[in-house]
Write a protein that binds this ligand. Structure first.
Ligand code: ZN
Length: 412
């Protein structure tokens, strides 16, 4: 990897070489700034990196030579009256991609994701996920490999989002409650084997779907700029949580932090798969809403779609209205407890929780404020997630991370 000689070292002029040597350590930070939309021009990049204009120029040129970004020296619109506008920086349209995969209770989705969290291509698949993780992981990697063949894009690595806590460092799915996998299934190893079997090189990762959604929202969506970002979301089944601290996922000592789904929000509530009863997981997920509204879940579309549709389009029905209010109150109770413990500066909600927030933001915010110490004094903003497929985009972030840390080492 990094032991290879840099093919450019011999061919270029001494001056730009020296500048780049000085700027080598700035390549990763520079790429991260462009990747997260924080350096739209070379002037901003120069200021953000705290380097000279010449070094920033050499860094931008190197990232362009690596095929990662585009440097536009003649941006169309002039920026005000003071001299010529700065070079515009953007993600290379035809640059490399990460293979992102997501497994959920109803099947999978594969996607190719470029820098900037841009989904280049995606392929969904529905199947009943059976007890052998290799079945669905094989299918999703095959779909992703098909997208790579069709687009002809270079792949930097692969990652899969799974509906389970993933224990590190082994990459084991510890509580795959909503898919039939055995507890402790070595999902990362199996995913990596599928990736290799498909002829895809680069690192392979596996992580919890809500953790990845939080990471994506922090870098590209509703969580941008938050310092202590709490994300709570439903998948198709169940509820997950994640915390991003200073730009990094807080995963705990072995990857298992923020299992918020098993907070008790209704002591007399329905039994949970964990052995307790009345957990957030079973009291506020799509199945809970359908049941509370007296609806029989149908097999034709996912539970999440059915529940979303009910909240959005059937609130004139009293049973639905009452069910929505009851779920909002239980969700608010859970969030209030988390606010007291974690003191986040922002909360973002995904899946059905996002839909519930949008249905009655005042009610949810009032419950959170009324039930939490810190929420009462200075209300914590509670916002909907904004990215489509944020778990997939977050999976791509994992696969992109080695490039974001040291682009030259990975790509040459
Ligand atoms: Zn539980």
């Amino acid at each position: 990897m990094s032991g290879k000689a840099d093919p450019r070292a011999a061919g270029e002029g001494t001056t730009s070489r020296t500048r780049l040597d000085r700027g080598r350590g700035a390549l990763g930070p520079a790429l991260q700034l462009v990747h997260t939309g924080r350096a739209p021009t070379r002037a901003v990049l120069t200021a953000e990196l705290g380097v000279t204009r010449a070094t920033a120029g050499a860094v931008a040129a190197e990232l362009e030579a690596l095929g990662l970004i585009r440097v536009d020296a003649r941006p169309g619109a002039a920026a005000g009256a003071q001299g010529r506008p700065s070079h515009r920086l953007s993600i290379a349209e035809d640059g490399p991609v990460a293979l992102a995969a997501q497994v959920h209770a109803d099947g999978f989705r594969a996607a190719l994701v470029g820098l900037g969290g841009r989904i280049v291509a995606t392929a969904p698949g529905r199947l009943s996920v059976d007890a052998d993780p290799a079945q669905v992981l094989g299918a999703v990697v095959e779909a992703g490999a098909g997208l790579l063949r069709t687009t002809g894009r270079r792949c930097v690595g692969a990652a899969v989002a799974v509906p389970s806590a993933v224990a590190e460092p082994e990459g084991l799915a510890l509580n795959p409650l909503h898919v039939a996998w055995p507890v402790g299934a070595p999902v990362r190893r199996i995913f990596e084997e599928c990736v290799r079997a498909a002829g895809i090189t680069g690192p392979a990762f596996a992580a919890n779907d809500v953790n990845l959604a939080a990471l994506a929202e922090h870098r590209h969506g509703a969580g941008r700029g938050a310092r202590d970002l709490l994300c709570v979301a439903t998948g198709h089944r169940g509820v997950g949580g994640a915390l991003v601290l200073d730009g990094r996922l807080h995963t705990g000592s072995s990857g298992l932090a923020l299992e918020v789904g098993h907070l008790t929000v209704n002591p007399e509530g329905r039994p949970c798969h964990c052995g307790n009863r009345g957990c957030l997981d079973v009291e506020t997920d799509p199945l809970a809403l359908l049941t509370a509204a007296g609806r029989e879940p149908g097999p034709e579309v996912s539970l999440l779609r059915q529940a979303d549709d009910l909240v959005r389009n059937h609130r004139d029905d009293a049973a639905v209205r009452d069910a929505v209010a009851a779920l909002i109150d239980r969700l608010g109770l859970g969030l209030a407890g988390l606010v007291n413990i974690l003191n986040p500066d922002r909360i973002v909600l995904g899946g059905l929780h996002r839909t519930l927030l949008e249905a009655d933001p005042d009610r949810l915010r009032a419950v959170v404020a009324g039930r939490s110490l810190w929420g009462r004094s200075g209300a914590v903003p509670v916002l909907p997630c904004t990215l489509s497929h944020n778990s997939l985009v977050g999976a791509a972030e994992l696969a992109w991370q080695p490039v974001l840390d040291d682009p030259l080492a990975v790509l040459t």
